[in-house]
Design a protein around this ligand. Structure first.
Ligand SMILES: C[S@@+](CC[C@H](N)C(=O)[O-])C[C@H]1O[C@@H](n2cnc3c(N)ncnc32)[C@H](O)[C@@H]1O
Length: 393
């Protein structure tokens, strides 16, 4: 079933690739040549096996997130699919919005499974948006930079790798003052490559900044990290053809929200301590005030007719009496699903926790959930409900 959908989509995209190649005056062979030369130059992988096959059949490999990101939703996609609006599955929704993009796991899933025409991808993180735009505009040049990183890094011993990582980290933090994040330029390519390199080689793949906005994740310990995943990057470039990518605060989403849209929100998690605010992704942080503003926006967008869905970490993981989100979203459908807590400096705390998901009303939950899967037949609309097998933290 899933295979069929992907192949229909793939045909359409191949046509787009050809049109696009003419439009941008880039010949496929030129691009191929470029990548072949790079691959041969750096002798990283067998170009016949990887790049050539993939370039002429770009959807042979499905695009997946190119960064590891705190709160990434890859592990929850199967559960999410059961909650996506029926209209999306019936091809009635044409626009997808993801205002807290991160690594974009939900975007990549939806863009490759359903027939959406446009995606609007926002995040407040400058570095992240810069990197997405580079992949969208000129992926082959980025691949060239990443090959060089991979070649240099992999031949170093463990101690030298650490030195190289920290040199890059220092350089990355210093160079941020020399980058114009609003104006696309050649300097964006090494910047994007540096972010991907640091993400692939840092501890746990965690992108974390301190109060000064400096990237401060320590070095990781991987034998053979895939710094340059050229097949995936080319696939990502193709999927991003339908995307408008913008550095923006989530509140900007309402300025030009189109009809027939589905909006998925994945804000930073609410911090466990009441005084702390989550500052890992950006120095601005995300406190309870922002969670309230977001809830208002969620209600407004739902009221105006778009489909909405939002996920967050369940505060009940830490305090069973904490009804912060249940009260905030009490008019909406709520489900809880188990998730692995991927990133925590304390290995013992990387267990299973519940993720809480809120979504639009309009269709009686019990009716359509039981249609999707008999497992959900006992759920009730508007009630906070545990999906079977969910375990308390
Ligand atoms: C939980 S992560 C999203 C993870 C994403 N769903 C994934 O699969 O990787 C939250 C994202 O929100 C972004 N963010 C934080 N504050 C924001 C704001 N005020 N407006 C827009 N994005 C914001 C962060 O930079 C981060 O990438």
């Amino acid at each position: 079933m899933r295979k069929q959908v992907v192949s229909v989509h793939a045909k359409k995209k191949t046509r787009t690739l050809e049109n696009d190649a003419t439009r941008k005056n880039i010949c496929k062979f030129e691009l191929l040549n470029n990548i072949m030369t790079t691959a041969t130059k750096y002798q990283i992988s067998d170009p016949k096996e990887s790049v050539v096959k993939d370039l002429f059949n770009p959807y042979n490999v499905s695009a997946k997130p190119f960064l590891k990101w705190a709160g990434g939703k890859g592990q929850l996609l199967d559960k999410f699919q059961e909650l996506y609006p029926e209209k999306l599955k019936r091809k009635k929704i044409k626009n997808f919005y993801e205002p807290f993009l991160g690594s974009g796991a939900v975007f990549f899933d939806i863009a490759q499974k359903y027939d959406i025409e446009s995606a609007f991808l926002f995040d407040i993180n400058d570095e992240l948006i810069l990197t997405y735009k580079v992949i969208q505009k000129d992926v082959s040049k980025l691949i060239d930079f990443l090959y060089r990183y991979q070649k240099t890094y992999l031949k170093l011993d463990k101690v030298k790798r650490q030195e190289f990582f920290y040199d890059q980290r220092i350089n990355y933090n210093l160079q941020r003052f020399n980058i114009d994040y609003d104006k696309y330029s050649e300097s964006w390519f090494p910047r994007a490559a540096q972010l991907i390199f640091l993400n692939r080689t840092c501890f746990n793949g965690l992108y974390r900044v301190n109060l000064k906005g400096e990237f401060n994740s320590p070095v990781g310990d991987y034998d053979n990290p895939k710094i340059c995943d050229e097949q995936n990057l080319i696939a990502v470039n193709k999927v991003l053809e339908i995307a408008e990518i913008k550095k923006a605060d989530f509140k900007e989403i309402v300025t030009d929200l189109k009809s027939n849209s589905f909006v998925y929100f994945d804000p930073p998690y609410r911090p466990i301590s009441k005084t702390a605010s989550f500052k890992a992704y950006s120095k601005q942080g995300f406190a309870d005030t922002e969670q309230f503003q977001l809830a208002q926006l969620f209600k407004q967008i739902d009221f105006e007719g778009s489909k909405v869905m939002l996920s967050n970490s369940d505060p009940k993981n830490n305090d069973p009496n904490d009804n912060f989100f249940d009260e905030m979203y009490n008019e909406f459908n709520i489900v809880r699903v188990p998730a692995r807590r991927m990133i925590n400096s304390n290995a013992l705390k990387r267990g299973e926790i519940n993720e809480i998901i809120f979504f639009y009303l309009g269709v009686p939950l019990r009716v359509w959930l039981s249609a999707v899967s008999p497992r959900f037949a006992s759920l009730h609309c508007g009630l906070s409900t545990y999906i079977p097998n969910a375990k308390a933290a």
